[in-house]
Design a protein around this ligand. Structure first.
Ligand code: NAP
Length: 470
């Protein structure tokens, strides 16, 4: 696939090409024509100049048409996701379904009115007036996305912005640009006025950094790692900043847990998407009384997650994003082993392919549990009671999500109240959500500002109030 950056519907002209290679076998999957600083300026001025103002019905129609086109092309999207990211094709197909939902919910929300009315004669200080609210779109958004869900992350930025009528300059990950460009082209084809979207790839110092700093940009919406997110926070200046950053989510398994549920959630949470989800299970915290029985079953289950050629429908776990990432994961496992941990399943690496790996007796200060490890690792740690579980869960710098396996309501309520995270899912993986529900973390995982289609639409707008005599 020979793809290109776009400035407002126009393919950029440049001799700078990015080669996108398969993490699995290093074959060339496609190329992308890169943009430069002049394209950034052109994208900003074209977006701000604007064009046909979109009615709610226009926005609904474009998003709904995009949804239909995605259904028609879902196999092309899945193949592209899998080829450029190394994700197993079954995961890539699943991702197209999620992106479908994002477009559908955004289309639906674009039709809804979101104003409020405040009658003013409701206190002794009141008078006969009413105050009304309307939401107005920001003038220009910059959206920066990571590699790990090449389609869905991009859909979660573009759909809410376009549903509110906000022009976007998108800077997708250079590791997975092809899917983002396919979605860009699909949106143009669905009738999106070209001034509403530019998609730029190019060197960080020429594209992403100037876009983040530009005072004409009213919002930067970023999903990615903690260090880059903090850098953006420090450099963005006076504008709205949405940060959806890394996670280190626990699955906490209490002594009363249903064992089959616990094993299922631990394996799915750790290994789906090659463990490369911000909300993947990155720490399995299990009550010491049931640790041995749980570990035995988890080892057996892990063996079902066959790892290999991402294009094979039988493959459950594809590669991680590149060999360097796999080597990093291998290293953190080795470091934990030096500290006393034991690899009880998997652990073998071939290039960017890392077998789903179960590690037990992991010390609490191991690098893989203190920092985010973005891959198919399942580190098992034990705790002695609920106080210990809560303290251990809250002990890292992250606060994205969590999953709890228990049938004890008192336990469930304590976790809901005491975990310092954005989400608590009882008897589910930390990553459980629907695409329209509020989503996002606290502490190093984010500023507590939620995404998900409905909340993200609020981010892309500001509230104007007006009042009238009544
Ligand atoms: P990353 O390295 O932070 O990159 C994310 C994006 O930021 C990429 O488009 C990257 O561009 C760009 N970027 C890099 N340096 C930049 C700079 N100085 N200024 C502006 N943009 C810059 O993250 P990743 O490795 O792609 O993604 C994995 C991370 O994302 C994990 O930590 C994961 O937990 C997190 N994540 C969080 C959520 C959430 O909702 N909380 C969801 C998914 C993923 P290049 O590709 O060109 O370098």
């Amino acid at each position: 696939m020979n793809a290109t950056s776009y400035v407002a519907g126009n393919p950029v002209k440049s001799d700078q090409l990015l080669e996108v290679k398969s993490p699995y076998d290093n074959r060339l999957v496609g190329t992308v024509t890169l943009a430069n600083a002049s394209h950034v300026e052109e994208a900003i001025t074209t977006a701000l100049k604007g064009g046909k103002k979109l009615t709610r019905y226009d926005r609904f129609s474009i998003l709904d048409k995009a949804r239909q086109l995605l259904v028609e092309r879902k196999e092309l999207f899945a193949q592209t996701i899998s080829a450029e990211s190394g994700l197993a094709i079954r995961e890539a197909r699943y991702e197209t379904g999620r992106a479908h939902d994002v477009l559908m919910f955004a289309a639906m929300e674009s039709l809804k009115d979101d104003g409020q009315i405040f009658s003013c004669d409701i206190s002794p200080q009141g008078k006969a007036r009413k105050i009304f609210t309307v939401r107005e779109p920001l003038s220009l958004a910059v959206c920066i996305t990571p590699f790990n869900h090449p389609l869905n992350q991009v859909a979660h930025k573009l759909a809410p912005a376009l549903a509110t009528g906000v022009p976007v300059i998108l800077k997708p990950s250079e590791k997975t640009p092809l899917t983002a460009i396919l979605l860009t082209e699909l949106l143009y084809e669905a009738g999106l006025p070209v001034y509403m979207l530019s998609t730029l790839l190019g060197p960080t110092h020429e594209i992403a950094e100037p876009l983040v700093k530009d005072p004409r940009v009213e919002i930067v919406s970023f999903t990615g790692s903690v260090p880059v997110g903090k850098r953006i926070a420090a450099s963005a200046g006076y504008k709205k900043v949405i940060l959806e950053l890394g996670g280190n989510d626990p699955l906490i398994i209490m002594e009363d847990a249903d064992m089959d549920t616990a094993v299922h959630l631990a394996a799915e949470g750790s290994f789906r998407n090659s463990g490369q989800r911000c909300t993947a299970v990155k720490r399995i915290l299990v009550h010491e009384k049931i640790k041995d029985a749980f570990t035995e079953k988890l080892i057996a289950r892990a063996k079902e997650y066959t790892c290999g050629d991402p294009s094979d429908p039988e493959t459950k776990v594809g590669t991680v994003i590149d060999e360097a990432a796999a080597v990093y994961l291998e290293e953190v496992v080795k470091k934990a082993v030096v500290q006393g941990a034991k690899v009880v399943s998997g652990g073998k690496r071939t290039g960017a392919l890392l077998e789903p790996t179960v590690i037990v007796d992991v010390p609490r200060n191991a690098e893989m549990v203190v920092h985010e490890s973005f891959g198919p690792l399942a580190p098992v740690l034990t705790f002695k009671d609920i106080d210990d579980a809560i303290a251990l869960s809250n002990s890292t710098a992250y606060g994205l999500s969590s999953g709890i396996v228990t049938n004890n309501m008192e336990y469930a309520l304590r976790f809901v109240k005491e975990l310092k995270v954005g989400t608590v899912n009882i008897n589910e993986v930390p990553g459980y959500r629907i695409e329209s529900s509020p989503f996002g973390g606290i502490k190093d995982s984010g500023l507590g500002i939620k995404e998900g289609v409905i909340e993200a639409m609020k981010c892309f707008t500001f509230v104007k109030t007006f009042s009238l005599p009544w």
